[in-house]
Design a protein around this ligand. Structure first.
Ligand SMILES: C[S@@+](CC[C@H](N)C(=O)[O-])C[C@H]1O[C@@H](n2cnc3c(N)ncnc32)[C@H](O)[C@@H]1O
Length: 280
């Protein structure tokens, strides 16, 4: 797992494990994004699917319902997240699912074993994205395709920008980083990713930005809690060693700002993701 040791360390650290702690909020918030991606994938009921960076398994299990006569392999670099995914799949009774703890960039998948690769937010963390695309393309059969979503920019996603600005107002600017470095928004620039895909020699490459709505549970308070604990606000709080009081003040500011997205049906936060597709 050396090629992506930093990611394996991150996703087994307390910051990564927040995906388990806030699993219900995150999965509920991002359910529409998942449906949009799986609908775009045009899944057949017999497909053999790989789900890259499957995390706690929501996408793997949802894909499994769509391939009753096929199977789904969830792949993730984080042991604790994968344990949680395995447990959820058992409880859900998804019998056509299995999981492998692996770095998807380097893992030797059986050649041409899969019809479809999907990933909700799991493809933008590779240290060598071209090598990862090449490795994953080898796992697809001749008709195989990849369909995956990644975040567009922070500025296009109030789910990120509001908590980020609240945390910066309280503690200070987020330390500058390389926008293309592995991370949640590393695939914000569709043209850059299309170029990486072309260099990996995959075909029929397409990319588009899609408007989505995030639908977190628990009203504005629930939305503010999840958005402050996972994402850029959490990174600012960590960088400045923010106190519990700082965290509470930031969450409060986010709650107030999120009120504009509250309506009778619950909280709906507009956002944008980039949808990428290609063939082997
Ligand atoms: C933002 S989370 C998304 C999790 C899940 N797809 C979801 O939507 O709930 C990104 C996931 O990618 C995984 N990941 C990061 N780098 C990886 C790699 N090189 N190989 C496999 N999984 C990786 C992380 O462990 C994490 O679970």
């Amino acid at each position: 797992m050396h090629a992506n040791k930093a990611q394996s360390d991150y996703w087994t650290s307390p910051a990564g494990l927040k995906w388990i702690e806030h699993e219900h909020a995150l999965d509920t918030a991002m359910a529409g994004m998942l449906d949009m991606m799986l609908d775009a994938a045009g899944i057949n009921s017999t497909d053999h699917v790989i789900d890259i960076g499957c995390g706690t398994g929501a996408s793997t299990i949802e894909a499994a319902w769509r391939v009753p006569d096929g199977r789904v392999l969830g792949v993730d670099i984080s042991d604790p997240l994968l344990n949680r995914a395995t447990n959820r799949a058992e409880v859900a009774g998804a019998g056509n699912v299995s999981f492998v703890l692996a770095d998807a960039q380097t893992y030797e998948f059986s050649d041409q074993a899969f019809d479809l690769l999907v990933s909700r937010l799991g493809m933008s963390f590779f240290s060598d994205t071209v090598a990862a695309f090449q490795n994953l393309a080898r796992a697809l059969n001749d008709r195989g395709k990849m369909v995956f979503v990644c975040w567009a920019s922070i500025a296009q996603n109030p789910w990120f920008s509001i908590p980020k600005y609240a945390a910066e107002a309280k503690l200070g600017p987020q330390p500058k980083g390389d926008p293309d470095a592995p991370g949640p928004t590393a695939f914000q620039d569709c043209d850059r990713v299309v170029d990486l895909m072309a260099r990996a020699d995959v075909s029929n490459i397409e990319a588009c930005s899609v408007d989505i709505a995030l639908t977190p549970p628990g009203g504005v308070a629930g939305a503010a809690r999840a958005a402050s604990k996972v994402g850029p606000a959490a990174r600012v709080i960590k960088a400045y060693s923010g106190t519990k009081a700082d965290e509470a003040a930031i969450e409060d500011a986010v709650r107030l700002a999120f009120e504009e997205f509250d309506d009778a049906g619950g909280v709906r936060i507009p956002g944008v993701v980039n949808l990428f597709t290609c063939s082997r």
